[in-house]
Design a protein around this ligand. Sequence first.
Ligand SMILES: Nc1ncnc2c1ncn2[C@@H]1O[C@H](COP(=O)(O)OP(=O)(O)OP(=O)(O)O)[C@@H](O)[C@H]1O
Length: 334
Amino acid sequence: MTTTTHELAISATGLCKAYGDKTVLDGIDLAVPTGTVFSLLGPNGAGKTTAVKILSTLVTSDAGELRVGGHDLATDAHAVRTAIGVTGQFSAVDGLITGEENMLLMADLHHLSRQEGRRVAAELLERFDLTEAAKKPASTYSGGMKRRLDLAMTLVGDPRIIFLDEPTTGLDPRSRHNMWGIIRELVAGGTTVFLTTQYLDEADELADHIAVLNDGKLVAEGSAEELKRLVPGGHVRLRFTDPDTYRSAATALREVTRFDETLSLQIPSGGSQRELRSILDWLDAADIEADELTVHTPDLDDVFFALTGGAKVAHQPSRPSVPSVPNQPKENVR
Ligand SMILES: Nc1ncnc2c1ncn2[C@@H]1O[C@H](COP(=O)(O)OP(=O)(O)OP(=O)(O)O)[C@@H](O)[C@H]1O
């Protein structure tokens, strides 16, 4: 990555935090470029919320150089607070008052004038599809509406950096997709999003960069695609329509799994450009032309379990190796 320090919305070097003798964060380095979505993944208790609390000035770290929005957390926490917005697992929404009143309360907290507060509240309620419900008590809102209101309240202060701590936990699929759309819009407008989630598909959908936290350390980092290449299970699948072509390809290609019923062959592959080029060269050399070639990578669930469950994973940053042409035939028929 060529990003320089001043283009980073969030940076941490050697972030440490312990509660008593329990080390929660054990020297974490983070670099989140402005205008991107960074997702911190990890099992329950991994320290995700602790990281969010530290970076959003709610809790102090034990060690580490931390900068948020260009400000040093140790010396300029106030400036950090004006640059950020946080929506946590526990909503700031007050159920006893209406959605609109919640928004106006937030506008007061940000010292907006009465007129400006009303304008901003109305605009955000409209943007988050809450205008119709604005005069109803927030306790009558659905889970999805409450989350939208919570995020709308966060945006009253127009933060350039937003921490979203498990923003879609407990939401139904439609509300989750709705929330994803909102997050994408924010990022398209230049906002930086620091997202913690236990939903791997959420990180896969939204994040430019994912870091996996386990036992106080970052055990892997990269785009969703890069992480998926770290675990075994990826393959290239060749499909044929002509049985004779299929059979001769199956004979010529040795380290393949055969699927006779569907006339398809599966070649183990991490899916990198280098491996694909090698496979294509290999097919050309053997004069094999498949009717369809698809690349399959493991999903993020496979990665999560492998990285946080002690299973064998390729070490970063080495690349997956190119499959060699085997000497002995090895055909698995299914
Ligand atoms: N104030 C505190 N005092 C003592 N221990 C704490 C405190 N806050 C968090 N912890 C401990 O730190 C560890 C990390 O907690 P944290 O809430 O950051 O995890 P998390 O990754 O956000 O988990 P979850 O996905 O369950 O929300 C846990 O073992 C938790 O019990």
